[in-house]
Design a protein around this ligand. Sequence first.
Ligand SMILES: C[S@@+](CC[C@H](N)C(=O)[O-])C[C@H]1O[C@@H](n2cnc3c(N)ncnc32)[C@H](O)[C@@H]1O
Ligand code: SF4
Ligand code: SF4
Length: 417
Amino acid sequence: MYYRLRDHCHLILGALRGAIYDLQAGRVYSINRRAVEMLQRYQTCPIDGILTSRSADAVACREFFDKLSAMNLGAIYFEAPPEKAQEVLASAPAQFRFLWLELTSACNNSCVHCYSASGRQGDNDRVPKERWLSLIAEARKEGASALQFIGGEPLLVPYWRELVREAGNQKYGSVEIFTNGTLIDDGCVSFFKEHGVRVATTIYGADAGPHDRVTGNAGSFDKTLAALRRLVASNIPTRAASIISRLNEDEAEKIQDFCKSLGVKSGWPDVVRPTGRGNDPDILPRHYQRAPVRPPFRTGRSSFYRARQFNSCFSGKIAITPRGDVLPCIFARSQICGNVLEAPLKEVIWGEALQRCWNTTKDVVEKCMDCEYRYACEDCRPLAQGQDPLKCWLSRSQGCSYDPYSGKWPVDISLAS
Ligand SMILES: C[S@@+](CC[C@H](N)C(=O)[O-])C[C@H]1O[C@@H](n2cnc3c(N)ncnc32)[C@H](O)[C@@H]1O
Ligand code: SF4
Ligand code: SF4
């Protein structure tokens, strides 16, 4: 008889400890080195000897296996595992799903933290209308089903309606415009409605003071607010993002309440990424932080297999800048993987540089590569890079204090599941 994890469970090894990923219940259980060794040993070595033995080791082993069985994580098997005991993991080809088109670097706001360093001139714009139109079709052909027009301020582009129409012709499942909202009038709202466009905008405060301070544009709050009211009244699917910098550090909760009162969906405000104009220590918030990384971690069949092959955040996505550069994410300004003014989109997407980005799992990230939680833990490469003093793309996340070499969190987390 042998003892093994059930088929829906996987043991992932860290430098010291291990973790059992239960893909059915979605939970991740941390186990110590001794438990790891027991599991490994009795996969291939019969347990018959320990079933009756009274040695301390055998008793501990039986207790551990009983616990795993009671939790539906493991079971006794009568057959030894096949000779090659390594699990055969489902591996899937990369899929292209999502496209950001940064139509312009021009903007009527000049937000203090803007990663694209957008401003009045828009002097970085190189991609002509015809190329945007062909990119919308090419991306759809390569598999993209969701598209977001972004900038800069996309509504400053005189032909933005033509691009939305083309996205409709190409039958994208979702078309969203990410706009600062200051230019939305009744005509825009009717057009959004007619073409099934979703809208995302940004709120930096619950009143004009903090919002306009961030945007550097007096009167921008009133305009964005008027737009939000129009959009809600017309039932356009609308969401509001919010980014916290030192200029609006105390606004997070107020923004949540404010959006709720307007009937607009909003996520918890995010922290400024140190990239573009955001790469300035003087504007990083002093106290406000992303929630620190810590258990419990969640897992699931698709997220687990994906995380073993691909970056959990930006695989399957690309952003195209107004210069034609292709990036794996709007924040990843250092990761230029090709240029659509020099090559067909297909070539860039399936080329070595972008595929290497998509394949950036935590197996290549400093410290995470030795951590048993690495296939359940989220990743933001541009944030880790921005916070790293050496700006290394594969640097560890500053938001995590776990030490996989000692198996310790800085505070005692006794229920490590
Ligand atoms: C670049 S803007 C473009 C769309 C539009 N102009 C707007 O501001 O909503 C898209 C989103 O990125 C956010 N953003 C800009 N710079 C950022 C940074 N350094 N870190 C995090 N988010 C940032 C903005 O606050 C906005 O929510
Ligand atoms: S964050 Fe948006 S609104 Fe602000 S400057 Fe950048 S592009 Fe313009
Ligand atoms: S950030 Fe890295 S080290 Fe920290 S828990 Fe996640 S995978 Fe482990």
